[in-house]
Design a binder for this molecule. Structure first.
Ligand SMILES: Cc1ncc(C[n+]2csc(CCOP(=O)(O)OP(=O)(O)O)c2C)c(N)n1
Ligand SMILES: [Mg+2]
Length: 394
């Protein structure tokens, strides 16, 4: 069998200069010296020359609460899938800081284009998590009004939403909602995607359009090291954030398990976009602690040693250590958060099981704003077919 080349060791060959990995550094390990970090895995506050900022105690407690509750949504949904209540679930375990940091940096007028794993960002946008469960239970097609929460539908087609986001960003630019200096008007768009998606043509086309038109879009890549069973080494020869340079806009690699750094970097990128300075690529360097989805078994393709080493970088634990060490929380606060998480879990379990099955005819709803003649004929034909079964619900 022809083994694929090992990207981490392949030289460029004679006459082509040094190996790319030598020039740019490895894309693996701890994230490299370029990693922006404000809170270490040990819970120690560190500073950064470019992205440092102050956080109030209330903000820090808020981040902690958001991450704990988001993790609870995730573990409940995983358990519900195991109980047969959801068809599938895409876990975010380990990616809470990346998502809460990015989500909390948004202003109400900003607009988000998610993948299928952005449960933490959905939480920050105020979307009822039961709406997410409805999609994975298969009782609707993503039944939230994107315009109400400025959070688009989950997108399964890898990378497609980066083009939607760029188009939307060009739209708000043409509406004049960029660079006015009015903090309540100027808006930015975030396109979420993964390390695997970075290999898609759509993503690269989106980068080119965004650069050419200086679109107010932040490309937020959660590099969780895996695209299902495909490791990051198969997606890129250089750290992902460095790709941005080739397209003509800045790229930053941030510790995606550090909610403070992710917030600071995303906020700066969003502000650039709102000010009319164009796109930024943020690479949130993180790790997918769970399976790709509940249908996947990662023990088939990765070492438990890796998972164990990333456990030490847990995004929630480091904030808890910092809060406790600095006397910013007491046992009462922690007990309140734990109780709130339990309540949320209960609401999700009960709410999920109580979701009614949709009528078969619901498939025809929400396809077009106005029904076409062809669709009307199909709908009526389907209704007649349904009615041919005794006692059937149409
Ligand atoms: C266009 C397209 N190709 C392939 C797939 C199958 N697929 C689903 S998830 C996935 C991996 C995506 O990895 P990544 O972008 O790193 O995101 P992650 O799942 O790690 O969050 C693939 C290949 C798909 N959904 N769409
Ligand atoms: Mg990935």
């Amino acid at each position: 069998m022809n083994a694929p080349p090992d990207a981490s060791s392949t030289a460029n060959g004679p006459g082509f200069g040094p190996d790319l990995v030598e020039v740019f550094g490895p894309s693996q390990g701890a994230g490299g010296p370029e990693l922006v970090q404000l809170l270490t895995p040990e819970g120690e506050r560190v500073h950064h020359p470019e992205f440092d900022m102050d956080f109030s105690a209330e903000q820090l407690r808020g981040f902690y609460r958001d991450m704990v509750l988001t993790r609870r949504i995730d573990t409940e949904a995983t358990a519900l899938q195991r109980h047969g209540e959801l068809g599938i679930w895409a876990q975010l375990l380990g990616q809470e800081a990346a998502q809460i940091g990015a989500g909390r940096a948004l202003r109400p007028q900003d607009y988000v284009f998610p993948t299928y794993r952005e449960h933490g960002v959905a939480w920050c946008r105020g979307l009822d998590p039961l709406k997410l469960l409805g999609l994975f239970r298969g009782v609707d097609h993503g039944g939230w009004d994107a315009a109400e929460v400025n959070f688009g539908q989950y997108t399964i087609v890898i990378g497609a939403q980066t083009l939607h986001a760029t188009g939307y960003a060009m739209g708000i630019q043409r509406d004049g909602d960029v660079g006015t200096g009015d903090a309540e008007r100027d808006a930015a768009v975030v396109a979420h995607f993964g390390d695997g998606a970075s290999s898609q043509g759509d993503v690269n086309e989106a980068f080119i359009f965004a650069a050419s038109y200086n679109a107010p879009v932040v490309f937020f890549c959660q590099n969780n090291q895996w695209a299902i069973s495909e490791p990051i080494e198969r997606q890129t020869r250089i750290p992902l954030y460095q790709r941005a340079l080739g397209f003509g806009f800045p790229g930053v690699r941030v510790d995606g398990n550090d909610v403070l750094a992710t917030y600071a970097v995303t906020q700066a990128a969003l502000q650039r976009a709102r000010d009319g300075q164009g796109p930024t690529l943020v690479e949130a360097y993180t790790y997918r602690m769970g399976a790709h989805t509940t249908t996947d078994d990662p023990t088939r393709y990765r070492l438990s040693d890796d998972v164990e080493s990333w456990k030490l970088k847990d995004p929630i634990a480091r904030v808890e250590v910092y809060l406790r060490r600095n006397g910013l929380v007491d046992d009462t606060f922690m007990a309140e958060i734990a109780a709130e998480a339990d309540d949320l879990g209960h609401t999700l379990r009960e709410g999920c099981k109580a979701m009614p099955d949709p009528l078969p005819s619901a498939i025809f709803e929400h396809v077009y704003a106005e029904e076409t003649e062809e669709l009307r004929v199909q709908r009526e034909g389907f209704a007649a077919y349904q009615a041919s079964f005794e006692g059937a619900r149409a």
